[in-house]
Design a protein around this ligand. Structure first.
Ligand SMILES: [Zn+2]
Length: 198
């Protein structure tokens, strides 16, 4: 037979575990309730926002993106010289034979976007900019990125044929380093040299 002292110890442990389990359940319920309230609030917000409020929110968001971009580009451009370093608008943006990849980033900044690709396609993009420039391009772009393993340069231009030619060309250039590469079809399509293929 266990001593009464041992029984007290066992009883204490049982009660202790019980209390812990109870608090775990309380915590789970509390989390569920919080989530529920969050959902309700979200719905209410959605329903009660006037068009003006929505517009203001969207403006706020745009402003925030601009601030974030400014920080990113200020850091990127610090200590580097390039043709458009002081350019503040697309109308003033210069495209000549001296532009370098900082100018490409500058073009992205003035269009309020970021490049979404590795630097291996920077030279190709610069060549594309120069060619578009000969057609009187307004320098507007909505996206410069890698998609399905190829360069996608979404610009405001009638000359989609020029852009398509560069998209095709990107499938022969390693996106990482700019050396000749091959297009690999897979879960993630990519264009890579032997060294950088995954
Ligand atoms: Zn490479």
């Amino acid at each position: 037979m266990p001593e009464p002292k041992d029984l007290m110890g066992i009883l204490f442990i049982i009660v202790f575990i019980g209390v812990i389990i109870k608090y775990i359940f309380k915590f789970i319920n509390w989390q569920k309730e919080l989530e529920y309230r969050r959902q309700i609030n979200k719905k209410q917000e959605y329903n009660t926002q006037t068009p003006e409020e929505l517009a203001r929110e969207s403006e706020e968001l745009k402003k925030q993106i601009k601030i974030n971009h400014k920080k990113y580009y200020d850091k990127l451009f610090e200590g580097h010289e390039f043709v458009n370093k002081k350019t503040t608008s697309l109308d003033e943006f210069i495209i000549n034979e001296y532009i370098n990849h900082y100018d490409l980033h500058k073009l992205a900044e003035l269009n309020n976007i970021k490049l979404e690709m590795y630097k291996g396609w920077n030279d190709l993009s610069l060549e594309l900019m120069k060619e578009l420039n000969t057609t009187g391009w307004n320098r507007k772009v909505t996206s410069i990125k890698q998609k399905f393993g190829e360069l996608r340069f979404y610009a405001e231009t009638e000359r989609g044929d020029i852009i398509n030619a560069y998209t095709e060309k990107s499938k022969t250039i390693c996106e990482i380093c700019g050396e000749p590469g091959k297009f690999y079809f897979g879960i993630w399509d990519e264009t890579r040299c032997d060294l950088h293929k995954t």
